[in-house]
Design a protein around this ligand. Structure first.
Ligand code: G
Ligand code: MN
Length: 263
């Protein structure tokens, strides 16, 4: 289905998919461990084919990155987050996944500034999650773009820390507000070696002064462990699954806190 066709075909395909509402965003809550409140949500992209099949982002994002369609998709996602979620004040902060390809593209920070201006949203309600992924080098263009985004008030988070090739060198180069520790570290902590690894990675991030978010929290025991370890934020099915924007909106003026209802 996603056998690579020509670039223009995929680009046009994704543009049509956006136009027809086949691409959508769902939002997964992020909980502050100390207050127990949902202090942020992560926007996650979903693609539905015309026959109703759901294509996971792990399949279509790499295709969009290779073809350049990620630029259009990325702008659409940021605009949609600002218009459908941040227009209300129910959710304090939304994190959006951003590809290094977007950060490398000249004019990206300016296009974000335009979206903020048009939707009337302030940058301090957005965080951009960057995945180390397969990207080995940190271009000077990326560093410049990140400092421009920070000037807009946007927070920069490191996603999936510990899974890619470049995480440590990125930590040296970028002052991330928050580092998200990949869920595989929590899932492997049932063995003494796995537990030592989790504690080491937490110490590494903490000693550098970043806030820590642990992904993939699925049980009450894991929540207790995170509290014991002094983790700042948690995300995972135990906190909440990804849900449509409507679950966070509504009842204007009644709910002062993000309105949360699991699907
Ligand atoms: O790494 P990133 O935060 O971008 O990954 C988000 C993805 O992880 C989403 O597709 C989401 O559905 C999935 N996910 C979120 N929480 C959990 C969890 O607790 N367990 C598992 N297995 N997957 C999760
Ligand atoms: Mn993410």
């Amino acid at each position: 289905m996603f056998a690579i066709r020509s670039r223009p075909t995929v680009q046009v395909g994704l543009k049509i998919a956006i136009g027809q509402g086949l691409v959508s965003l769902v939002y997964q809550p992020i909980q502050d461990v100390v207050s127990g409140r949902v202090e942020a949500v992560e926007a996650l992209m979903r693609l539905k084919m015309l026959d109703g099949t759901l294509v996971p982002p792990s399949l279509f994002i790499p295709v969009a990155e290779r073809t350049g369609a990620i630029l259009e998709l990325g702008r659409w996602a940021i605009r949609t987050v600002c218009a459908e979620l941040l227009a209300d004040d129910h959710v304090p902060l939304v994190s959006v996944n951003v590809s290094p390809i977007q950060l490398k593209t000249p004019g990206f920070a300016a296009s974000v500034a335009t979206i903020l201006g048009e939707t009337g949203v302030t940058g301090n309600r957005l965080a951009f999650e960057i995945t180390e992924g397969l990207e080995m080098e940190m271009h000077s263009d990326i560093l410049r773009c990140i400092s421009d985004l920070k000037l807009l008030g946007i927070k920069i988070w490191l996603d999936d820390f510990g899974t890619g090739f470049a995480g440590l060198s990125w930590l040296r180069l970028i002052d991330f507000d928050t580092v998200k520790i990949d869920r595989s570290f929590l899932h492997d902590c049932g063995t003494p070696k796995g537990m030592a690894m989790l504690q080491d990675i937490i110490a590494l991030v903490r000693n550098r002064g970043h806030k820590i978010l642990v992904e993939g929290v699925e049980t009450d025991e894991q929540i207790a462990l995170m509290r014991e370890f002094g983790i700042d934020k948690i995300q995972g099915f135990r906190v909440g699954r990804p849900v449509p924007a409507a679950n966070f909106q509504a009842k204007r003026g009644v709910h002062k806190r993000p309105y949360l209802k699991s699907a």
